[in-house]
Design a protein around this ligand. Sequence first.
Ligand SMILES: *Cc1c(COP(=O)(O)O)cnc(C)c1O
Length: 974
Amino acid sequence: MSSLRDLLAPIDQFESRHSGSADSGELAAMLAQVGYESLDALSAAAVPEDIRLPRRLALPEAVGEAAALAELRGLAAQNQVFRSFIGAGYYDCAVPAVIQRNILENPGWYTAYTPYQSEISQGRLEALLNFQTLVSELTALDIANASMLDEGTAAAEAMMMCHRIKLGGRSDAARFFVSEQCHPQTIEVVRTRAAPLGVEVVVGDHRSFEFGGAEGGGAVPAIVGVLVQYPDTRGSIHDYEAFFARAHAAGALCVVAADLLALTLLRAPGEFGADVAVGSAQRFGVPMGFGGPHAGYLATRDAHKRQMPGRLVGVSKDAQGQPALRLALGTREQHIRREKATSNICTAQVLLGVMASMYAVYHGPSGLRRIAQRTRLLTQILARGLTALGARVNAEPVFDTLTVGNVAAARVHAAAAARRMNLRQIDAYTVGISLDEVTTLAEVETLLSFFGETPTPAPEAIGALDYPAPHARQSAYLAHEVFNRYHTEHEMLRYIKRLEAKDLSLCHSMISLGSCTMKLNATSEMLPITWPEFARLHPHAPAEQWRGYRALFDNLEQWLAEITGFAAVSLQPNAGSQGEYAGLLAIRAYHRSRGEGEQRRVCLIPTSAHGTNPASAAMCGMQVVPVACDEAGNINLDDLRAKAAAHAAELAALMITYPSTHGVFEPGVREVCEIVHTHGGQVYMDGANMNAQVGLSSPGFIGADVCHLNLHKTFCVPHGGGGPGVGPIGVAAHLAPFLPKDGRKGNPTTMAGVAEGEAVNSGSGAVSAAPFGSASILPISWMYIRMMGADGLRRATQRAILNANYIAKRLEGYFPVLYRGNGGLVAHECILEFRDWKPRGVEVEDVAKRLIDYGYHAPTMSFPVPGTLMIEPTESETRAELDRFCDALIFIHAEMSAVASGEADARDNVLKNAPHTAAVVSASEWSHAYSRESAAYPDAHTRATKFWPAVGRVDNVYGDRNLVCACGGMQPLS
Ligand SMILES: *Cc1c(COP(=O)(O)O)cnc(C)c1O
């Protein structure tokens, strides 16, 4: 190409916006610093020769931002947005515009990371505390967590909780009762989860179910818990009190999957005996999005709080004694408890939980009640009209859903389709209708017209809106000020902005979290997620309405298969942890298909592995056997050989992260795969570190059998302050039949056209409630790959490796780089050693907190090695930003040296007292041995832009000793 032709290339070419700077002078200077001539020379030195991909990825040529958006518009146009009355856990709702623009579409909220550094996360922690308060008050249970991945997995987690509480870790045979009137996808996800644990799921009618079990003579295994839906999936509202009393008498725990909106009018689960409540907060202002992402929820009684899965926000105090929030009871979680963790959930659904909580803040208790009453009134009007037409509908009480019998269903569906409306398909004589927040009286009139001609009953004709006893809600909820103050848009806008301002996000500075890959979440990638063609589809809509989604899934699966070197991909898992679970399930199913399922249960996991690995293996009924690492941070091949041989007959899998969690391209990885294969095991590759592989190598090429990807790491889905995530898995051909069930083949029982309850047991069952998981955020990764193309992706990987090595080079004179691979190079992240400072008076946590004073989020602390920092800059940072970060650490090194030498006081120093709040620095009294200036403005950059932490250092121990997980605890501490 001539240079004149080059000049005509589109201006909005994306790669140079994504990967550091387009300035080739900058690139050359950085390469020189690291000691290489070109990116190719650098990656050839870093990546072991035997795993270097011999060819270019086969992906479509990159296009500019506008062209990619135009192409995606074309796909979106193939989706048809019908009004959906399908229900089954998904309802249309009005996303308040102030929340859509200022949270969902606002990088200040969506680019924040999981709130591990609580001092710079008080905004989202407060919003999550509101979410927990909302859930715990509506369910009338003592404690709720800060979101689950969806309703189906929340129910499955509740089942596992019952199992743990009742059996205390013993693996005795057990049963779990599930009402047949639960949402079908919930039943499926619970079934999938139960199988590897050896729990038998009994699906039936709660009214006629007979508990037997140990108390009935020991003939059948004990029932550890029961699960019912409230209101049930067909719209009926049961009084479960007597059933729960029977369940408790039989030694079972009681779980209710409850609709949060209905609970504003109905007696709360905690008031009729529930031990656990689960569900979805989708209809609280989160788009249906063809199934996700949404915030699931889980609440329980105080007695069971240590058995809860997921993240929990609690109130504590800071160094100045002021109330401060942080994640609580971390000791339940997988990074500490490994295979004994309460669950494998790491990334959850923070952004969606924040949206739902803000919806409740905006409407307040009376607003929510009005939305519920309005929905109920319209449902009653519809019921009356249908009855007049001779149809059979549920008896009172109902809330939003009617099951309409005695009708010619095909004719009704055809009439509805002609008006671009979807009803729920049940059978030839029965249809389901669920109303929602946006239903109008005119729509009810239209709905009635599908069944015959009748005047629409007048609202005045509906006698009683209030539920009779025992169904009526008597208890109050959401009395806290936060739910009663921000009901005008100005107040709401300012509340959202006030919280946002407390949180450090990618809008402020590089967040160099090792293993978590916080790269650019480009605006062009984000724009499509709120297009109605993606946002407003119901996950059970008929297939002809989601042709555009189908094309997008096909593209993305094909591209990800090419990138991972695998034969097939499933997009269903809702996070990396769920991908691990789905991948191990595929391995389990493969062994079973060969008649080896029972004995092959050992999962080898290096001691350096992420905590989700052993936790996921435990969920699949596998026995975790740790494999040692050598002093270079690599898997100890001798130990691996010995363990693989010792367990040859039982070996199911090895889980390996590549490049290793130590940030190094291990040279022996092909051999690792061979050893495992020789002994009949399968190799699971944790793809969290794919940002160092894309275009240079691949799990399939290396010899693994399955891997998960974190689209919220490598493929630009933002972290959302702790979720959403997407954790697709890629598998080699022999595992393809064992992927989670796929909605495209029309086989999930929940899909239109397949009768409910018809079990289709291909694959490993469903691992998420929706067949394509968090479908509505897949356009983000589609855009990324489309705009980067094969060369752009490869160069991004190379640039990520360059950036990490550049940092290692700049800092090695100050802090030793713990692990290195070929040529003394690191991969895409580097671990810096701080342990030797502890005896000299400075802990790694002091460094992390001091970085806040410099305007930075700390890198990953103490994973995978305690007392270290793991820095992953990604390709998206310029040299200027990398330098600023390195300079901050070099300044801090001087501060540390002053403490070590005794020049600074051992206790009263800038490190121990970090971070410094504006209140502290500006207080009339200043009694420290150092200056206010060195506290708050330690370098020139902080003078130009200062990010003030909202609170001082948070006391974690105090919070866990005095656990408070709802808004009431935010009163100033005495
Ligand atoms: C992030 C991560 C996971 C878990 O992914 P989630 O999406 O948070 O569940 C697993 N392994 C490694 C190495 C990770 O970095």
